[in-house]
Design a binder for this molecule. Structure first.
Ligand SMILES: C[S@@+](CC[C@H](N)C(=O)[O-])C[C@H]1O[C@@H](n2cnc3c(N)ncnc32)[C@H](O)[C@@H]1O
Length: 332
């Protein structure tokens, strides 16, 4: 069965209509582990949040459950980008690379391994990066929305992935990115969209994922951090002064429904990721911003996860990869 120009559905997931749950048919998604430290953190709704820059700056928890999820999501992105860490046609031997909102630093660490002669810096609101990293990689705790101290025109490549929920003023951030990028250097932004689609009509208005996506989008709009779109990301780059801007949209299957083996494995990882992902994004946003009770927030997150577990829904959501080049000196 073909999902229009996209992802073909594995016919076997359509078998056994009575048994619609992936988990009861062999996809074990149990991953949770938990340790805790109260150092500079607040606990809320059973999750740990970093509070150094103010509790509302980062709506995502920073505990080990979330760190595991971020590392797994890195693998999902790598799979969807065919093993590539980036899509921009950057220099063969970049000297300095910056990763804004680096999270666990997994992308920065991989880039440092990939380019041993480059210096790779990852910045984040929260110090959850490992201590043992390649010698050419380091991390700084920083709010990317505050004034940067990096030298102008000092990075060959500036990268940011899935930071939109923490950004209130993209034009201002992008001005700093542009200033810090060397002429001829690149910026790449990667964001997962908050829309959900199917090509076989199995995504309905009442689908739990759709409800969750609309609710998180409403919360982010409410605090002036609208969710990413291809158009907005293109505009961020162009308005800042980047040229040759390209935006690619990749489809992330929610669940192991694709027929294609590789996409099925990615979908299985996404299913596992969703086990904590809906709550990671939803709990603080729904309770703090939309004023829901923990029970109401849990119900929306649980419904979304149950929809992803359901073999009868063949949904995907877009991941946008946008990049642009800072004009070389002679082009100015
Ligand atoms: C969903 S995680 C993504 C982590 C990493 N980029 C990745 O793809 O694995 C979002 C990260 O962005 C960071 N973040 C959000 N807003 C930020 C800001 N204003 N300055 C620095 N980091 C920020 C958060 O602390 C969090 O670690």
């Amino acid at each position: 069965m073909c999902n229009s120009d996209g992802i073909e559905i594995d016919p076997s997931v359509l078998d056994n209509a009575d048994d619609s749950d992936y988990l009861s048919s062999g996809y074990d998604t149990s991953t949770a582990s938990l340790t805790s430290s109260i150092h500079e953190y607040v606990f809320e709704n059973g999750r740990r949040y970093h509070a150094y820059f103010g509790a509302d700056k980062n709506l995502l928890p920073t505990d080990e459950i979330e760190q595991d999820r971020l590392d797994m999501y890195h693998e999902i992105c790598l799979g969807l980008l065919h093993g590539d860490l980036y899509k921009a046609p950057i220099a063969e031997h970049p000297q300095r690379i910056l990763d804004i909102g680096t999270g666990t630093g997994i992308w920065a660490i991989d880039m440092a391994d990939r380019f041993p002669s480059a210096e790779v810096i990852g910045t984040d609101l929260t110090p959850i990066q490992p201590a043992w990293v390649p010698p050419n990689c380091r991390f700084e705790v920083d709010d990317a929305e505050k004034a940067w101290t990096f030298k102008p025109e000092s990075f060959d490549f500036v990268h940011a992935r899935n930071i939109a929920q923490g950004i209130s003023d993209w034009p201002s951030l992008m001005r700093q990115v542009f200033r810090s990028t060397k002429p001829g250097g690149y910026c790449e932004l990667v964001e997962t969209g908050t829309t959900c689609h199917s090509d076989d009509g199995t995504m309905t208005e009442t689908n739990g994922v759709k409800v969750w996506m609309e609710t998180i989008a409403a919360a982010l709009v409410e605090i002036g951090r609208p969710p990413a779109s291809a158009e907005a990301m293109k505009k961020h780059l162009l308005d800042a002064g980047f040229v040759d801007v390209e935006v690619k949209t990749v489809r992330e299957p929610l669940g192991p429904w694709p027929k294609d083996r590789k996409l099925k494995n990615i979908g299985a990882m996404v299913l596992m990721n969703c086990q904590t992902g809906f709550h990671a994004y939803g709990l603080a946003a729904f309770t703090r911003i939309l004023g829901m009770t923990k029970e109401e927030a849990d119900r929306i997150c649980d419904n979304a996860y149950n929809a992803v577990r359901n073999k009868n829904y063949h949904c995907w959501c877009p991941i946008y990869v946008a990049y642009g080049r800072k004009p070389a000196l002679l082009e100015k």
